[in-house]
Design a protein around this ligand. Structure first.
Ligand code: CMC
Length: 416
């Protein structure tokens, strides 16, 4: 095994080097504090591997994303979301028999109790749908106390999630919720619960969107799910934490912010270049939403697929002139030619075009990130499960470098 050496205050230390199945190299610093009485300082964890994982591989320089070895392009073209859920959570694509049985389980658990619907309806008017989803998620532990059998809890949650999303959508439209009628066909059932009818084009669009969002290795929400799960909080509490992390505008909340930004440009004078200048101005907090990624430094493979899907969906819906899409395309073109974005390797990410599709389908902007959460659920579950099944798992507990005041005495109040 290769070793890495560190010289600190005149003493040499040796650390093991670990190499992943795709050749990624990591220095194992798990003994650093014990041996050298120092910690690895890496704010925002850009250089920190928090675990080893067999679930998802990303090569940000080459724009590669694979779930359990299968390229995202291949899965988006040749698999269904049900198969991808199974792949992420169980480790392999299902055989025909396994898929039949999995679909049966999804059907069995697809409905949600009336009490939960009433609970959703009792939430304050105007509450963001991500806050509503998180509160429903965490209260599931009351409706379905965990059984001790993770597989049973997992399939129940996978089956019910689409009902929570459809419930949020119907509530936001002031329409009555419709229970699952066709739970064995996940996507068709979901589309019907949302819109009251389904078409092959709608099913294909949702299947693809959900597959593209299904996992993304140790991102903010997945790491949160692992972190909360590491305290042995139950599945629902861990996933609710992931929902909250996803909500932020720098993560999944970006899809809502992209549309709000495009509409702002449209309502201004449609001039994208003004906003490009704002995004480059360091004294202005404005960022080009849907641009840039911590890991992708070439292109986001999900954005490539979604861009094509956006054109197809608009075509299918007979929308041949969409000003928001035109502004998005003009903004993308201008940014890709601009030295600021080129130098920093800032490209459109998955959220840049997904909002255009959701908007065309009549989904309110506040629901966009909930759609992302529906896709991401199997990924969060797979990450949670992998941690649970890792024999060496311990509670996550980072260290810090303290930079505050050194010890001092509490002065009397009159002297402060
Ligand atoms: N607009 C303008 N400048 C940007 C942007 C942007 N969208 N993104 C990064 N930069 C600049 C940033 O100011 C910095 O410049 P400098 O080196 O001069 O200080 C440089 O690019 C590096 O940025 P960073 O903030 O250090 O990058 P990060 O890896 O910490 O952040 C990011 C990644 C996705 C949070 C960031 O690119 C961003 O805020 N993008 C907009 C929000 C967004 O679209 N988020 C969705 C991410 S994809 C969905 C998901 O997986 O969650």
């Amino acid at each position: 095994m290769t070793k890495a050496n560190l010289s600190l205050n005149g003493t040499d230390y040796e650390f093991n080097v670990i190499v992943g199945s795709e050749g990624e190299v990591g220095v194992d610093f798990s003994t650093l504090r014990k041996t050298a009485n120092a910690i690895a300082y890496d704010p925002a964890f850009g250089n920190t591997g928090s675990c080893s994982s067999e679930i998802t591989f990303i090569n940000g320089e080459k724009g590669i994303l694979r779930y359990r070895g299968y390229a995202i392009e291949d899965l988006a073209e040749n698999a269904t979301f049900e198969e991808v859920m199974y792949l992420l959570v169980k480790g392999e694509l299902p055989t025909a028999d396994e898929l039949k049985s999995f679909k049966g389980q999804l059907a069995e658990h697809a409905q949600i109790p009336d009490a939960l619907i009433k609970q959703y309806q009792a939430l304050p008017d105007g509450l963001h749908p991500m806050a509503a989803l998180s509160s429903i998620m965490v209260s599931l532990s009351g409706y379905y106390p965990t059984t001790g059998n993770d597989d049973e809890d997992i399939v129940r949650l996978l089956a019910k999630m689409k009902a929570f999303v459809a419930l949020g959508y119907r509530e936001s439209k002031g329409e009555a919720f419709v229970q699952s009628k066709n739970g064995a066909n996940y996507i068709a059932d979901f589309v019907e619960m949302m819109f009251g009818k389904t078409t092959p084009a709608l099913e294909q669009a949702f299947d693809q969107l959900l597959i593209l969002h299904a996992d993304h290795e140790q991102n903010c929400s997945a790491s949160t799910v692992r972190m909360v799960g590491s305290s042995q909080a139950n599945l629902y509490a861990s996933i609710a934490a992931g929902v909250n992390a996803l909500w932020g505008p720098l993560h999944g909340g970006a899809n809502q912010k992209v549309i709000e930004m495009l509409e702002m440009i449209q309502n201004d004078d449609g001039d994208a270049s003004k906003y490009l200048d704002k995004a480059k101005d360091k004294s202005d907090a404005f960022r080009l939403m849907g641009f840039g990624h911590r890991v992708y430094k070439n292109f986001d493979p999900r954005a490539k697929i979604i861009k094509v899907a956006a054109d197809e969906v608009l075509d299918d819906l007979g929308i041949d002139d969409d000003e928001t899409l035109d502004i998005a395309k003009a903004l993308e073109k201008a940014a890709l030619e601009d030295p600021y974005f080129k130098d920093r390797k800032l490209y459109p990410n998955v959220d840049f075009y997904s909002g255009i599709i959701y908007r065309a389908l009549g989904i309110p902007t506040g629901m966009f990130t909930v759609m992302f959460a529906l896709g991401r659920l199997p990924g969060w579950i797979a990450q949670w499960k992998e941690w649970r099944e890792e024999p060496k798992s311990r509670i996550h507990r980072p260290r810090q470098i303290y930079t505050g005041a050194t010890e001092r005495k509490v002065p009397p109040i009159t002297e402060r």
